[in-house]
Design a protein around this ligand. Structure first.
Ligand SMILES: Cc1cc2nc3c(=O)[nH]c(=O)nc-3n(C[C@H](O)[C@H](O)[C@H](O)COP(=O)(O)O)c2cc1C
Length: 225
């Protein structure tokens, strides 16, 4: 069983990576063959709306027709049984390259030609004939979970999960907040009191987030078996 972990943070060894690393350990401890890719290793575009994946008799078969450095990653994702994508929150959304990855992963596997229900305006849109077990992991600096709800982050998480479940058959969401941002806070222009508050959280709460990520990795493998 193949499990692909996609790091949508430009930082290769920070909070998002740590969460992915834990999930990856959970998956490999459960027997999956795991691989991690860093989206920021090379520049890529989001969906360019070429509609090659929607044209009649399209041969794209679920793979985005636009070719760039994202293509081998998208190919790997479609060959995987499990996809876990991680992203920091940047201005209340995923990072630019996570967005590019999601658009180009999801749009080619979405059919416009399913059975349409005029009452609910819903359409059978899945083209994949097997399930891929997917999850999103988000990390963010905001220190208060209530605020995260007020800012609408949960709505964004929910919408992404809904699309992924619709297209791949299964999806879940995990997030860690109040993340520690700098290796050395003394170098940065940051209000007093922030660093100790973040350091305490990193020691007391982040390990619990990592444990949840580990469990997520294990769970996805057991579901995919
Ligand atoms: C450009 C930028 C925008 C950010 N915007 C937000 C934000 O809107 N909400 C938030 O909670 N954190 C925000 N953050 C903080 C990051 O989400 C947080 O530090 C995250 O854990 C970073 O992930 P990393 O350690 O894997 O790089 C922002 C950080 C950057 C660099």
């Amino acid at each position: 069983m193949k499990a692909l972990f996609v790091n949508g943070s430009p930082r290769k060894n920070w909070n998002t990576y740590k969460m992915l690393e834990s999930a990856m350990k959970g998956a490999s401890d459960s027997g999956a063959e795991t691989e991690l890719v860093n989206l920021y290793d090379s520049p890529a575009k989001g969906c360019i709306s070429c509609f090659a994946c929607k044209v009649k008799n399209s041969k794209t078969n679920g793979l985005c027709a636009y070719r760039d450095s994202l293509t081998p990653i998208l190919q790997k994702a479609l060959e995987s049984d499990i996809i876990v994508a991680g992203s920091p929150i940047y201005f209340s959304n995923v990072t630019a390259l996570t967005r590019a990855f999601l658009e180009r992963l999801m749009f080619p596997v979405l059919s416009y030609n399913g059975k349409y229900d005029p009452e609910t305006h819903t359409m059978e849109s899945r083209i994949l004939t097997r399930d891929i077990y997917t999850a999103m992991i988000y990390t963010m600096g905001y220190p208060d979970e209530e605020g995260i709800k007020d800012f609408g982050y949960l709505t964004m998480f929910h919408e992404t999960e809904r699309f992924m479940r619709q297209l791949f058959g299964y999806s879940e969401t995990l997030y860690a907040y109040n993340t520690y941002q700098f290796a050395d806070y003394s170098r940065y222009d940051v209000a007093e009191g922030i660093e100790p508050m973040k350091a305490k959280w990193r020691e007391e709460r982040f390990p619990e987030d990592l444990r949840k990520a580990y469990e997520l990795g294990k769970r996805l493998v057991s579901l995919a078996k």
